[in-house]
Design a protein. Structure first.
Length: 255
């Protein structure tokens, strides 16, 4: 069975640490604290695809093609329990700059300066919408810890090559995750709302079923002034949660 590669980027060097025992992909991720047990159970239908992706990443490394984020962060969005997810935000693929991506869409390592332009615009809208003072860093882990699933459709990328791992199999994995969230919402288990920024994210609307969403153009500088600024996504998604009997999300971020 597949042994998922643990890859760490140090400057331009990629180091490998492969577990000494061979376990199934999902069980190995749970054993190492890289995925919540309920997510591992939910992703059983695509475990074979995850194993194939692991083989693909090993082949990339054999060809001296590193990938981002580091192996221990590929499934960062799945570390918090499925049962805790209340908001879904969908991105495209990780930032292709070494030292930037942390496995959560739109987020970067705390030391990264300047922040990516899209994240700067998200912070501007957050401040305008909720009067929340954003931090100087771009680590959105606090949102993830509170139940915001920051999910890229594609979970890895080759450094310097945006979209290089599209159509390699990640889309099936993340589609399964979204379908699980939708089924959970349809069963009345918990409130859920989605934020869809840009056409790629909005293409998922037919998949969302009865899950309510807010949408706008992407926060990229190329489009933000055409409807992202002033769209109030954070307060609007909180209204959707409250309408379902849930509590509003705390969108503040620690300094």
């Amino acid at each position: 069975m597949f042994r998922f590669v643990h890859q760490l980027s140090v400057a331009n060097d990629i180091g490998l640490s492969v577990p000494s025992t061979t376990v199934s992909a999902l069980a190995g991720l749970v054993d190492r604290g890289l995925m919540a047990p309920d997510w591992a159970q939910a992703l059983q239908p695509v475990e074979g695809r995850i194993e194939q992706l692991g083989a693909f990443l090993r082949e990339e490394l054999a060809k001296k093609r590193p990938y981002l984020p580091s192996g221990d962060r590929i499934f960062h969005a799945f570390r918090r329990p499925l049962a805790d997810v209340r908001v879904l935000i969908v991105g495209q693929d990780p930032y292709p700059t070494i030292g930037h991506p942390i496995g959560l869409c739109f987020a970067v390592e705390r030391h990264v300066r300047p922040l990516p332009a899209s994240l700067r615009n998200i912070y501007l809208e957050l401040a305008s919408d909720l009067r929340v003072t954003p931090p100087e860093h771009g680590d959105l882990s606090a949102w993830s810890d509170r139940g915001v699933m920051l999910l890229n459709r594609v979970l890895t990328v080759r450094p310097g090559a945006p979209a290089s791992h599209q159509n390699k199999g990640w889309e099936a994995v993340t589609q399964c995750a979204i379908e699980v969230l939708v089924k959970r919402h349809a069963a009345g288990d918990a409130p859920l709302a989605a934020i869809l920024w840009g056409r790629q994210a909005q293409s998922l609307k037919p998949m969302l079923g009865g899950v309510p969403w807010v949408e706008s153009v992407h926060p990229s500088p190329l489009s933000a002034h055409r409807g992202f600024f002033g769209s109030r996504p954070f307060s609007r998604v909180n209204e959707l949660l409250v309408a379902q009997g849930g509590a509003p999300m705390d969108w503040s971020l620690p300094a």
